[in-house]
Design a protein around this ligand. Structure first.
Ligand code: HEM
Length: 239
């Protein structure tokens, strides 16, 4: 049994198929389940620090990954100057630390806040665990096997494009150290878990906000004041 074929060809295709088919099924037959239910009312402070760090950090890191996949020549040109390479690597590392710190806060919050624990499902913990594994193995890759932005374009760009064009080439990834392999395999695990977890909320990203007409929100303070003076009409002001 060639483990590289199993983990870097068979498994990626299976997880991609599960990800796409189950996500479409949910979007068509269970549209209102596509969400990441908020727990902000149960705890705010840790959510603020964890969520902002995690989302900004991870989105920028993944944008960097996407750039390496889609613009390999531009990246190679950019990295031709050592100072620019160091700048890019330091920025990637800082963003990776920021995102991973956010994940730690979010996981800690789910494990320790009594009110949040009640609404936390096993899948929430699995997702946060997998994300943390992505962050830690990514940071290890960036620090132990340095200058990933330089060698990504020679290894992962052709490997991923090969997968996408149905011409997978395991020779590119087979010789890699196990920590880097774990980083990539973990991505495919997350792809498989995606439609069964709150990660699915990503497909509900409200892109129409960019094009829809202005919405004017007017606070009706007059009505607020009136209801405040009539305790029976306002459930918050019950005697
Ligand atoms: C959910 C998906 C993924 C997450 C959350 C993730 C996260 C991270 C993080 C936090 C870092 C460290 C910060 C950095 O240097 O940019 C990193 C680095 C890295 N990741 Fe990922 N990653 C993901 C998927 C992948 C995939 C699919 C590949 C390759 C096929 C990959 C290859 C790399 C490489 C080569 C580095 C080192 C970059 C460097 O040294 O500059 N990652 N990743």
């Amino acid at each position: 049994m060639d483990w590289n074929i199993l983990f870097f060809v068979v498994f990626p295709y299976l997880s991609l198929a599960a990800c796409v088919s189950v996500t479409i099924y949910r979007a068509v037959y269970r549209p209102f389940t596509i969400s990441s239910l908020s727990s902000q009312l149960l705890e705010r402070k840790k959510l603020f620090w964890g969520n902002i760090s995690f989302h900004w950090g991870i989105n920028l890191v993944l944008l960097g990954h996407l750039g390496a996949l889609l613009l390999p020549k531009g990246l190679t040109l950019w990295n031709g100057e050592p100072l620019r390479l160091y700048l890019l690597e330091a920025t990637g590392l800082a963003l990776g630390i920021w995102a991973t710190a956010g994940m730690v806060i979010l996981l800690y919050r789910r494990l320790t806040e009594a009110r949040v624990k009640v609404v936390t499902t096993p899948m929430d913990l699995i997702v946060l665990g997998l994300l943390l594994l992505s962050g830690v193995t990514g940071l290890l890759t960036a620090t132990v096997y340095r200058f990933g932005s330089y060698w990504f374009t020679g290894v992962f760009t052709p490997y991923l494009l090969g997968l996408l064009t149905l011409q997978p080439n395991t020779a590119l990834v087979a010789p890699l150290p196990w920590i880097i392999k774990l980083h990539v395999i973990n991505f495919f695990v997350m792809l498989a878990v995606f439609p069964f977890s709150r990660l699915v909320h990503i497909v509900a990203f409200p892109l129409e906000y960019l094009t829809r007409p202005w919405q004017v929100v007017i606070a009706n303070r007059q009505a607020d004041r009136l209801s405040a003076n009539q305790p029976s009409a306002n459930p918050i002001h019950k005697p």
